[in-house]
Design a protein around this ligand. Structure first.
Ligand code: ADP
Ligand code: MG
Length: 635
């Protein structure tokens, strides 16, 4: 060791990732090649982009490329690129520490299921560590573009907690990753195997991936032959397609090509559900290739945005940046793909992009394409659409709030359980609902609750069932928020069955008024018994079978949601519930007949509490509730 060698410890989380990755991805170990080639390709992209402002960075080696080679005698596989390279600080920051919060979430998201975890690794920005799945020692030699040969860095580690850093002299810029394979990983010392992995995972990497020509087969004598030739520079041949897929005419691209490109782009193992590939020519020309995944990426529902990757902005074939946020609204963040614009300035910065009118138009086109694509999926392939909707339906709902201009189009794509369906899985669209509304019905009725059972079993639905009016059952957390912004669809208003007055015909109204009059003394008694636990007590038009339910004012938040928000630490103003009763119910008649004031109070309070439970509201004093219930049960 020289005086310049320094040994450092991995950040604790990196060590944890390494341990997990090497012990859990064994059945998908081949992804190491995809991940290292993806890093090499990123490095070439970065250099090409930076060389626009600094052409001298490209000096020296010719075209940007990635070389994959192997050495049977030394038992190594080497991936080399002549991309941007790393400085010593870069190396420490990029492969010794993990700057983003991604790692922690990666650790949380690891499921122990190999296939799922293998998907995560690339999406979390920890792809480099997959090298240690097949290697027990990894050496990185790297020199930043523009730096002097003496400014090279050698990084080496066995992946077990420490790494060594050393200053070295490197004749060329770029990065070489040498994998010293574990004892039982000989299958990767094979040209045919490596070549097939390059084709499988990296065919559409836009830079040439070169491999030694006339590579020895796996026969043993070939190894000696290779060793004998070791001094001679290998003759390289390109092993991948190496073209930007989206620049080809659609007719020349097979479905397999599209899927393979998607998998590399999204670090996914699964096929995309659908894609749309378009070229716009005109005063502003651009190409978009956009995919709908069939499964959600790890961070989608975890609120993560910093890991949003997979929508890449190119300008005239040059990769400029991951620009998902600039190119698509947040509610379409599951989309993967490429946008290649002809007319944006190549030196564009992220700040400029945010206020760029050309980009705004491209963004508008992307949104339109994606909504077209989802509509087409809904129309043509019910099964695929159902799977897509299961994965991304709740994300799409955010668009109702985020994208008012497309509200009606998005609403058309939404699906809900319904009182006319069997179970949570049988869903209907708003168009289905409107299509079978009764003559004269001008409202789309819905209920929100904590879960399917709470919604479907709510006493508030009784009058609607009795009148055969369909009610949509909404029980995702986002629904309540979304509905706050969706007041109308196809000219019909949307209303919560728990809110305000029900639409009653003249006969109903008369009956209702009569019932209210008859129950007036009972109402007064209940108000007295319940005191300040209720805001109001009134006779319900909603109930047929149950004794009581809660009703909400138009402006009031559903109790289950208020509870959730309070639990999440938000200050939600208290409002006293409005109790609605069904005077026909025997329980109400019993309260009316109860002379003992203490017993009547117990009964009245339980009447309120059961309505609160059904509505998902918290009981203010569960112990008191239980005691009360037991008193009543024991008579
Ligand atoms: P990600 O590629 O998602 O950022 P990785 O774990 O694959 O995560 O790589 C970590 C970082 O290491 C990269 O972001 C990059 O900065 C650096 N890196 C890895 N490989 C190379 C390479 N071949 N050339 C330059 N930088 C690299
Ligand atoms: Mg990577």
């Amino acid at each position: 060791m020289t005086a310049t060698t320094e040994t450092r410890k991995f950040e604790a989380e990196v060590a944890q990732v390494l341990h997990l990755v090497t012990h859990s991805l064994y059945s998908h170990k081949e992804i190491f090649l995809r991940e290292l080639i993806s890093n090499a390709s990123d490095a070439c992209d970065k250099l090409r982009f930076e060389s626009i402002a600094n052409p001298e960075l490209l000096a020296g080696t010719g075209e940007l490329h990635i070389d994959v080679s192997w050495d049977k005698a030394a038992r190594t596989v080497t991936i080399r690129d002549n991309g941007i390279g790393m400085t010593r600080d870069d190396v420490v920051a990029n492969i010794g520490t993990i700057a983003s919060s991604g790692t922690r979430r990666f650790l949380e998201a690891m499921s122990g299921e190999q296939k799922a975890d293998a998907r995560l690794i690339g999406q979390f920005g920890v792809g480099f560590y997959s090298a240690f799945v097949v290697a027990d020692r990894v050496t990185v030699l790297t020199r930043h573009a523009g730096a002097a040969p003496e400014a090279g860095v050698k990084w080496e580690s066995d992946g077990r907690g420490e790494y060594a850093l050393e200053a070295v002299t490197l004749p060329e810029r770029g990065t070489t990753v040498i994998l010293h394979l574990k004892a039982d990983e000989d299958e990767f010392l094979d040209g045919w195997k490596l070549r097939s992995l390059v084709r499988k995972y990296s065919d559409h990497v836009a830079f040439p991936i070169r491999m030694p020509k006339d590579a020895p087969s796996s026969a043993d004598d070939a190894a000696d032959e290779n060793a004998a030739k070791a001094d001679a520079a290998p003759e390289w041949e390109t092993a991948n397609d190496a073209s930007a897929l989206w620049t080809k005419p659609k007719s020349e691209i097979s479905d397999e090509d599209y899927q393979a490109f998607y998998k590399a782009l999204g670090h996914d193992f699964n096929d995309a559900a659908a894609w749309t590939h378009n070229r716009v020519e005109g005063s502003q020309s651009f190409t978009t290739l956009l995919y709908l995944p069939s499964q959600p990426p790890f961070d989608l529902m975890m609120g993560g945005r910093d890991e949003r990757k997979g929508l890449k902005l190119y300008i005239k074939r040059v990769f400029v940046m991951d620009a998902a946020e600039e190119l698509l609204p947040n509610y379409l963040r599951f989309v993967r793909g490429v946008v290649d614009a002809d007319d944006l300035p190549l030196n564009v910065s992220r700040e400029l992009l945010q206020h760029n009118r050309q980009l705004e138009r491209i963004k508008g086109a992307c949104v339109k394409r994606v909504l077209d694509l989802i509509e087409k999926l809904a129309r043509d392939d019910a099964d695929k659409f159902a799977a897509f909707y299961k994965a991304f339906g709740n994300t799409l709902k955010e668009g109702i709030v985020e994208d008012p201009a497309n509200r009606e189009r998005i609403a058309k794509l939404l699906r809900f359980a319904s009182t006319k369906g069997e179970g949570a899985a049988q869903t209907v669209s708003l168009d289905d609902y409107v299509g079978r509304m009764a003559v004269g019905q001008d409202t789309i009725w819905y209920i929100t609750a904590d879960g399917y059972a709470a919604a479907a079993g709510s006493p508030q639905l009784e009058a609607f069932r009795a009148k055969d009016i369909e009610v949509l059952l909404m029980f995702d957390r986002i629904d309540e928020w979304m509905l706050g912004h969706l007041h109308e669809y196809a000219g019909k208003s949307l209303k919560n069955v728990a809110k305000g007055e029900l639409p009653l015909d003249a006969a109903d109204k008369a009956k209702q008024e009569e019932a209210a009059k008859a129950a007036a003394p009972l109402i007064e008694r209940l108000k007295g018994l319940l005191g300040d636990r209720v805001g109001d007590v009134r006779v319900s038009a909603r109930l047929t079978d149950s004794p009581s339910c809660l009703a909400l004012a138009d402006y009031e938040m559903a109790p289950h949601l208020a509870r959730l928000l309070r639990e999440a630490g938000q200050a939600i103003p208290d409002s006293k519930p409005t109790l609605e009763i069904n005077p026909q119910h025997p329980l109400l008649q019993r309260i009316e007949a109860e002379a003992d004031e203490a017993k009547a109070t117990d009964l009245a309070t339980l009447l309120l509490e059961q309505a609160e439970i059904a509505a998902g509201a918290p009981l203010p004093d569960p112990a008191a509730f239980v005691q009360r219930l037991n008193r009543v049960l024991l008579g």
